[in-house]
Design a protein around this ligand. Sequence first.
Ligand SMILES: Cc1cc2nc3c(=O)[nH]c(=O)nc-3n(C[C@H](O)[C@H](O)[C@H](O)COP(=O)(O)O)c2cc1C
Length: 608
Amino acid sequence: MGADDAMVHEPLTPQSLGLLADRIHREWTSRRRIFDLPTSRFFDVSAGPDLTAEFLGREIATPLGPAAGPHTQLAQNLVLGWLGGGRLFELKTVQVLDELDIPRPCIDVAGVGYNIEWSQELQIPRSLEEYVKGRFLIELLTAWGELDPFLGDPGAHVFDLSVGYDLAGIASPGVAAFIDSIADASTVIDRLRPELLGGPFAHLADIELDPCIADTVTLSTFHGCPPDEIEKITKHLMTRHGLDVIVKLNPTLLGFGQVRALLDALGYGDLRIRPEDFAADLRFERGLELIGGLSEFATEAGRRFGIKLTNTLVVENDRGVLPSDTMYLSGEPLHVLAMTLLDQLHISAPGMLRVGGHDGPVQVSWSAGIDKENLADAVGLGIVPATVCSDLLRPGGYGRLAPMLTTLGRTIDESGGSSLREFVDFRSAEAFNDGARDSLAVYTAQLHDPVTGARYRADATTGPLREVDHDLEMWGCVACNLCVTVCPNDAVMKLPSPESLGHRWEYVVLSELCNDCGNCNTFCPERGDPARIKPRLFTSPHRFEADTGQAFLIGMADGVPSITARTGWESETATLAETLGGPDGLPIATERPEAVIDEARRHARRAD
Ligand SMILES: Cc1cc2nc3c(=O)[nH]c(=O)nc-3n(C[C@H](O)[C@H](O)[C@H](O)COP(=O)(O)O)c2cc1C
């Protein structure tokens, strides 16, 4: 593959560490935001009750974080999750097929969640670099001091790898090298350090960084992962790589009949599931056997083992929004399915799972419909961590994390406790005093009850989105800011409108960070796709040339933009220059085109 082909295939072009660090500094000094997140949405871990939890023997300062998905792919996404209070990051799944062509749009969270995404959309060495950059930036921000009044002592966090989907792929040289390199990322760290020189964080370029970025992994048993191989893969990850392992289970474990009955009871009767999708997946009895066997294996191997509930539910696509026959359900109904599954696993293997106040050997991690309303209920069961995907794709985006944690803190306060650990005990004692089996039984029953579980029902999750009777235009709009917050990659940026336009805000798209997932289009109240209609900025000449349609190649030096418009769009150049070059204009000093080209070649050489 030629150098430029390697570059152009990927739908995302991450920004360099130097550029991201520079943007952090510019944004902070000009508008007290980082990657568009205002300080009111930063979470101060040290301010409320002690939320410390344990993940596979490692401490995490809160039990919350982003699930494997769009929020854990790029370095700035990881920083945003951390600023919001996330302390466990299930990194975007890495697998051997690293040149996927995912149809667009791929996300539809207008009601409950649907997506057709797969795993990483970067070549494996680039994913490695993003995760290292994310850690690097978090350490820089911790050491910086400027954020102390807003973050307090941020405490510990963990990056947890996610890999899939079969043994051959996971044992392939590319994925094996990725796992080894992230466990000791010294080479990548040393390569990245010089990017900070000459910039605002130059004084921290030598910062001490633990070269082990991740030594735990969550195995995604999705996308055709052969059920018989789950055991072999887990053992391989423990013995060949010395990792502690979580196996991420699928809701299909409940069996077709039970999933159908639960969906019907919740009012999702028109949601179509197919028996053949269940037939291909792991069965409940075999799942139980696996959990017991792998837990014993881990103990003998001196490793830790846990399970995660759950990945998405595979359903037939009849909504006509996403371009695929099959799509994957997440959000509210998944919460009920996954909790029912957890309850049944717990009943069938008493004493095995660390949940509901029981101190079993198998840790339970979570990703299914977590939001502000149910985080306390979930982690009150002893589930650690609760990770989130769908809720962060809704308006507010990463800004939804801090209110979740604040609500959790308040619930702990109200219980009379001073820590998450005490809260788990409190919820257990409460259930016991009420004569229930345990807190898990109480919570599962609440979810199944049409009154206490009303918010998970179809009639509560499918309300209409806000609409304005107006076609979206390049300049000016209702300025609701939704396109900024719902973008997991922070690819849409709000800038003050120049006087000549007379609006309040303008919105521009950092196209290299936009993979056309469709989420801003879903939430924009006007008619039209913001990712296509708002000025699409490119800093890489390669990407600019490879793209078609409305686009501007920009350079920014000392706040002065240089702009090359795509033929036919030249008339917009003056307005764009005014917008980008205003007093609070684009907080990005793009690399000079030559530097961008060098960067491209450097990456492509590695990819070859
Ligand atoms: C757009 C999108 C992409 C996802 N990508 C992955 C992935 O790469 N690997 C994985 O294990 N799970 C992936 N998931 C599943 C989530 O990690 C999570 O398990 C699921 O969405 C349920 O959590 P939620 O209800 O909070 O969304 C993805 C989910 C969404 C919505």
